[in-house]
Design a protein around this ligand. Structure first.
Ligand code: AMO
Length: 431
């Protein structure tokens, strides 16, 4: 049995065995400081030449960066830093001596690091980012379950588009022609709510969008949630509750990670007690124009527009009720103005951009059919989906949250490629 660094505080003055990798080493010839990384944390090991046998000192000298090893020693509190622990080594055993490690302390370019992503995931900042990702996932599951959502799963091979037909990745599918990798599980969840009431899925989705930005992946993880008997405003309430729950759990559990990332979390802390702003699309356009943007009514918001709108905002901003002409067929028209739909984008603060897209869905069979035709889509492809409106159709709404967008914001990552272990980008599929 060995101990994990995360539990080390319970072992002060006791002897433990740790197993991990050498993250860093300094040695004066008489005393060596080894930084061990075991996945659960980082810890400084002190090896005094005079306190250990020759074999151990020889091993310490032989250990290169990234070598794997085990160590037995006594846990002590750091003499100056409260809450920090160290290990006074008694014996050190090498498990594997690493050959020269290509990633050093010098500044490597992003291409070099991305080519070495299989090794780069070991670095402290990547460790912190991936752990924040895990906490965000946990917060999503916890919050949705507390709101009576049931986890389900949507297919990845799909016969037709959910979002935009130009963004599909085709896959040959036996004798049945072409299938496509799913862009979102939403349409399937709309069927499952009639069984489960409220449900969500969480899995990879694919967009063949040639966007080379700091916020676009071609494969990303999406959480789609869907709820029966929920309309537009309540749909936004759920999204707001979810984002607050995510921020709250990250603040509670990720202080070490935030400090490694040098992430100032005061803005995150600040949004917990305040309601998010809800701005109609038309008002967002007016505001943007007054702020100097040349955007016109009927256009999608660009990256700069999203930044401009939230620049001074202490809270994320919902932009809701967009013109139907620039939105997908499934969104429900606004009863007060049929040129608009009951949808929203949620824009994060601190340059996060869009983190969630959601809408109330069209629940009237005839209107839905008309929208499918209007958009030039094949009626046949959406036959099963339309049929849901024939058997106890109900008002219902849902939303999709892009996990990596959320991680990028919360962790303060400059680029979305750092928020997933092996990012898939327009120009990158390796490693
Ligand atoms: P939408 O297309 O707005 O909505 O996507 C939902 C969320 O997914 C994230 N996202 C992306 N993340 C990384 N790389 C990309 N290329 C990318 N594209 C989108 C964003 C976005 O807010 N079916 C609807 C959701 C719904 O209404 O339920 C949908 O897919 O965070």
């Amino acid at each position: 049995m060995h101990t994990h660094i995360k539990d080390i505080s319970a072992y002060v003055s006791k002897e433990v065995t740790l197993k991990g990798w050498l993250h860093n080493k300094r040695s004066s010839g008489k005393i060596a400081f080894l930084e061990i990384r075991d996945g659960s944390g980082f810890l400084q090991i002190i090896v005094n030449k005079s306190d250990v046998d020759e074999a151990t000192w020889g091993t310490v000298e032989a250990l290169t960066q990234e070598s794997s090893f085990s160590v037995i020693g006594e846990v002590s509190s750091h003499p100056k830093k409260e809450g920090v622990f160290e290990l006074q080594a008694r014996t050190v055993h090498a498990i594997h001596i690493a050959t020269e490690y290509p990633i050093g302390n010098k500044d490597h370019g992003p291409d070099f690091l991305m080519n070495h992503r299989h090794l780069w995931v070991r670095s402290k900042k990547q460790w912190a980012t991936l752990r924040i990702r895990d906490v965000i996932e946990t917060a999503i599951h916890d919050y949705l379950h507390s709101e009576a959502f049931v986890r389900t799963d949507s297919p990845i091979f799909t016969p037709s588009a959910c979002e935009d037909t130009t963004e599909l990745f085709p896959v040959p599918y036996f004798d049945l022609g072409e299938a496509y990798l799913s862009q979102s599980g939403q349409l399937y969840l709309e069927a499952v709510i009639a069984g489960l009431g409220r449900c969500y899925d969480f899995g990879p989705v694919f967009r063949a969008e040639k966007s080379v930005t700091r916020r676009h992946l071609t494969e990303f993880w999406m959480m789609d949630a869907e709820a029966a008997f929920v309309e537009h405003d309540e749909n936004m309430d759920t999204q707001e509750g979810l984002v607050k729950a995510i921020v709250k759990m990250c603040l509670e559990r990720c202080q070490v990670e935030f400090s490694i990332l040098e992430r100032d979390t005061s803005a995150l802390q600040g949004l917990l007690e305040k309601p998010f702003e809800r701005l109609m699309y038309k008002d967002a356009i007016t505001r943007l124009q007054s702020l100097g943007s040349d955007i016109k009514f009927g256009e999608d918001l660009g990256n700069d527009d999203e930044g401009l709108l939230t620049k001074e905002s202490p809270v994320p901003v919902f932009i809701h009720k967009w013109p139907k002409d620039i939105k997908p067929f499934y969104m429900k028209r606004d009863a007060e103005d049929e040129t608009l739909v009951c949808n929203n984008d949620l824009i994060g603060i601190e340059g996060a951009g869009e983190i969630i897209g959601g809408s109330q869905r069209e629940d009237d069979y005839d209107v839905l059919m008309a929208r499918i035709k209007e958009d030039g889509l094949e009626i046949e492809d959406y036959a099963w989906y339309s049929e849901l409106r024939k058997y106890g159709s109900v008002p219902h709404s849902g939303f999709g949250l892009g996990l990596e967008r959320m991680v990028r914001w919360i962790a303060g990552s400059a680029h979305i490629r750092e928020t997933i272990p092996f990012p898939r980008l327009v120009n990158r599929i390796r490693p």
